[in-house]
Design a protein. Structure first.
Length: 274
């Protein structure tokens, strides 16, 4: 299976994992900043972006974590810091619980814990009717509404061309099947993560936007408390996509957690990506 990834920079290896409906580009503004002091690897997970769309792939958290392990081996990185956004955060935690030998430190950014999910997410994941809704009725306007109402902080304006690119990436039947399976399987039964969190020995940062439109911050607080070496940090002015909404603040928080000294921001650097 071919997995496409973006790579930049030199230094400690940092892997950044995206969530459902998007691809590596949600991380690029933050990745560019981190690449000033780290070797940053940002994959399109199976079924997303420019990676293969293997409809027989299981799309469980465990399978995606195994794929990340294979990617690390493929880029000759025996260990890495790993940060995940949304569903990618659940994959990062699964990787740390099951394959702790390949993980240095973990960051769970806006982990998809299921609390406060809107109908735009719950209906496609529902039995029987869900596959039809997602594969036949989930159009560009629905994705735009999901990002605007469920993901981004109020007032954040994402580049419309980027949203169009994300939608175009899953318009084929194979891509929709993969995205639906990822939505259902990788984010299913988040309660099952609870007992496994005790196996996560890597220092773990839970990042949460203070303007997240859905899901209570208490869910993030609970997750940080359940992790043996977890702590919570808030990103001011961000919703559920801090790497895109507040890339500078997100990069600084990750760099502190990963103990990677970043150079000062240059005069041409910008904070927002919208």
């Amino acid at each position: 299976m071919r997995v496409r990834y973006h790579a930049a920079g030199e230094g400690p290896v940092v892997v950044l994992l995206h969530g459902v409906f998007v691809d590596h580009r949600v991380w690029l503004p933050t990745a560019r900043r981190l690449a000033a002091a780290a070797r940053v690897i940002v994959p399109d997970l199976p079924g997303a972006g420019a990676s293969e769309k293997p409809t027989r792939y299981p799309f469980t958290r465990e399978a995606l974590a195994d794929t990340v392990c294979d990617l690390l081996a493929g880029v000759s990185a025996p260990r890495a810091h790993v940060a995940g956004l949304g569903m990618g955060a659940l994959v990062a935690l699964t990787l740390a619980a099951d394959r702790g030998e390949v993980v240095d430190r973990i960051a769970a950014v806006s982990p998809a814990l299921g609390e406060g999910a809107s109908l735009r997410v719950r209906v496609p994941a529902a039995p029987v009717v869900g596959p039809f809704v997602f594969k036949q009725l989930y159009n560009r306007a629905v994705l735009q509404g999901h990002l605007r109402g469920d993901v981004f902080a109020p007032g954040f304006r994402c580049d419309p061309a980027l949203v169009d690119a994300w939608y175009d990436a899953f318009t084929t039947p194979e891509a929709r099947e993969c995205q639906w399976r990822m939505l259902v399987h990788a984010q299913a039964d988040t309660d099952a993560l609870g007992p496994r969190l005790r196996k996560v020995r890597a220092p773990t940062l839970v990042l949460w936007g203070d303007r997240a439109p859905r899901a209570p911050v208490t869910a993030a607080q609970r997750l940080a408390h359940e992790l043996p070496a977890g702590r919570l940090e808030m990103i001011r002015g961000a919703g559920h996509a801090p790497p895109l909404e507040r890339p500078e603040a997100t990069a600084e928080a990750l760099a502190r957690h990963f103990a990677i000294p970043l150079p000062p921001v240059g005069p041409g650097d910008v904070e927002a990506s919208g």
